[in-house]
Design a protein around this ligand. Structure first.
Ligand code: PXL
Length: 278
């Protein structure tokens, strides 16, 4: 079988292990070629650091895509994450339409916020813009903040009832037309997992949670999910693999007492991911 190829469209946060600095190694570990379109270059991510640099690359997105198109490059997947501005949403939609063919899997992680708040730099009308990108996707990977804000609703604190989770995921699937992998699911304290909606079927995969929040775990999860999907796992199996990998990364990092802003030690867990993908 020829090697699979993904186009990953996220920022590069130079320090802090998120976006492209986790997508590239995680998807590469799955033996999948990872081409990148950086949306911005920052010195660090915006979560908990002050004084970070931000080089906007809006003007480069479409020229990169057009060059690839002129080289007749084909993509098995397109995986988008953090976008630096509302304008970039439209450009990424154009990029997807330029690069995809009938076999390209489109995974959109609508990276915008967490714990009921938008990340620094995003205005309150960004979620409705991001919703338009989700409508281009086969699979979207929101957390509860992103899901609620895209539906124009208040964020609710966990734990959640099954009824709330299933209602939220169904409405998001109906609005976007995409399969949904909802992250940060917990029905009881000390639980964490994901819920998946596909063609009317809902699947919950929940495991025990460490009492810690590390930056970049949403990107670790979505990258592992993308790697698993392109390794021909079902979306249900891919979600389970991504939950187990993310939880393992958190456990490993906690044992080392890492700074929450510095992200997780996913590097030490890549072998476990590779085994899970076999
Ligand atoms: O992990 C999400 C993310 C990605 N990229 C940048 C961020 C964040 C979250 O804060 O700031 C630049």
């Amino acid at each position: 079988m020829p090697q699979k190829r993904v186009a990953a469209i996220h920022d590069i946060s130079g320090f802090g292990k998120c976006s492209l600095t986790v997508a590239l190694p995680i998807i590469s570990a799955a033996k999948i070629e990872t081409a990148v379109i950086p949306t911005a270059v920052l010195s660090t991510h915006t979560g908990g650091f002050t004084g970070y640099t931000f080089r906007d690359l809006t003007e480069d997105i479409l020229p990169i895509a057009k060059h690839w198109k002129s080289e007749n490059l084909k993509f098995d997947g397109i995986y988008t994450g953090y976008l630096g501005s509302k304008e970039q949403v439209g450009l990424v939609k154009e990029t997807i339409n330029l690069l995809k063919d009938e076999n390209t899997l489109i995974v959109v992680d609508p990276v915008m916020g967490d714990h009921g708040r938008l990340y620094a730099g995003f205005s309150s009308d960004f979620p409705k813009e991001m919703l338009t990108l989700c409508k281009e996707a086969h699979i979207i990977v929101p957390n509860f903040t992103e899901a609620a804000f895209m539906l124009g609703e208040e964020y609710l604190e966990p734990p959640y009832t099954k009824e709330y989770v299933e209602n939220l995921i169904k409405r998001l699937a109906a609005t976007t037309g995409a399969q949904v992998v909802l992250t940060g699911v917990c029905f009881k304290k000390n639980e964490i997992g994901a819920s998946v909606y596909k063609n009317g079927e809902i699947f919950h995969y929940i495991t025990n949670r460490e009492d810690a929040v590390f930056h970049g775990t949403g990107d670790v999860f979505a990258s592992a999910l993308t790697a698993a999907l392109l390794s021909d796992k079902t979306v249900f199996d891919a979600a389970k693999i991504a939950v187990d990998f993310t939880v393992l990364c958190i456990k490993k990092t906690l044992a080392e007492n890492g700074d929450r802003r510095y992200g997780v030690n996913f590097e030490s867990c890549l072998f476990d991911l590779i085994k899970a993908l076999e």
